[in-house]
Design a protein around this ligand. Structure first.
Ligand code: ZN
Length: 315
């Protein structure tokens, strides 16, 4: 008989979140803990096992009712082997996540990339619900991505599918942390939006924002309030996202591009600019078909997506 619940865990460098999710994708219970990253891999695994036990105990769910657990981790990783190859924030190299957490919890366990899990969460329960093909773009320190084609996450044989942050939108352009120049991440991430703003100011452009340290949110606020430099920088961010969106529309003819991350709090102020830059892209048929939407699940996207992977593969 199939089990009633699965567990999704979303592991970040600072916090870990867990949720028990039923077969209809309703969250029956959720909790979180800080990630003891400095204490090493074994300590993190023990804390996640404890988090899972507490989650199920508080929700009065017996482990016999749980079909399995999926943990979403930063990568690169190899889900087939169940290992995280390298997670800089956690100081992990080649760690056996699936075996260790499976042994500690006694639950069937699988591993998923964190950006993929968040994208899959939006696909099954958020802004992508009802679409066939959806792309997620996450704007943060970097630019993450996930690609769902005909209902299936596109992981790829190297588990690196969906890395749209490192598609090049301006050959020879700004340096990216990955080693290339001109990546989407080097233009559209929250970090690079701040970087472009600070560089322009250092080059002598005036702005109402004069503090040495500026956040992406402050730049968006200043742009809304009419600061010319901030407006120009935000328009640039929207333009680069639109270029990438047009490439994705042409490549995959998706139904939806869902954008998540801190900058989406700017709401229509950002999305109107992205859509205005996007609709002017040539090759109209795929461009007109693809909707550009804001993610709706917030912090739940990762645990819901992980649970969705567990439901699909384990329960
Ligand atoms: Zn890159």
């Amino acid at each position: 008989m199939s089990k009633k619940y699965v567990v999704g865990i979303d592991l970040g460098g600072t916090n870990a979140r867990a949720a028990a999710v039923d077969r209809d994708l309703h969250i029956a219970a959720r909790n979180r803990c800080s990630t003891p990253a400095a204490d090493g891999f074994a300590a993190v695994m023990r804390s996640l096992a404890q988090l899972t036990d507490e989650l199920l105990r508080d929700a009065k769910i017996d482990k016999s009712e749980v079909g399995g657990l999926c943990i979403a981790c930063p990568g690169p990783l190899d889900g087939d082997q169940g290992i995280v190859i390298h997670a800089p924030n956690l100081q992990w190299f080649d760690v056996p996540v699936v075996k260790t957490l499976g042994d500690l919890t006694g639950l069937k366990t699988i591993l998923e990339n964190d950006a993929n899990a968040a994208g899959y969460g939006e696909f099954i329960a958020g802004a992508g619900k009802g679409a066939q093909t959806m792309i997620m773009m996450t704007l943060g320190t970097g630019v993450g991505g996930a690609v769902v084609i005909d209902g299936q996450l596109r992981r790829g044989p190297s588990w690196t599918g969906g890395e749209l942050g490192h598609t090049v939108i301006l050959d020879g352009g700004r340096q990216c942390a990955c080693g290339q120049r001109g990546c989407l991440e080097a233009y559209a991430s929250a970090t690079s939006t701040v970087g472009r703003f600070v560089e322009a100011r250092q080059a002598g452009r005036p702005s109402s924002l004069t503090a040495a340290a500026v956040s992406c949110r402050e730049i968006f606020t200043a742009a809304k309030e009419g600061d010319e430099l901030a407006k120009e920088i935000v328009a640039g961010t929207a333009h680069y996202i639109a270029v990438a969106a047009s490439n994705l529309a042409n490549l995959l003819n998706p139904d939806r591009l869902v954008i998540s991350g801190g900058p989406i709090q700017a709401g229509d102020f950002l999305f109107d600019q992205i859509r205005a830059a996007y609709v002017n892209r040539p090759f109209a048929r795929p461009v007109q078909h693809m909707q550009i939407l804001s993610a709706t699940l917030g912090e739940d996207a990762g645990v819901v997506g992980a649970a969705g992977c567990a439901l699909r593969l384990l329960a």
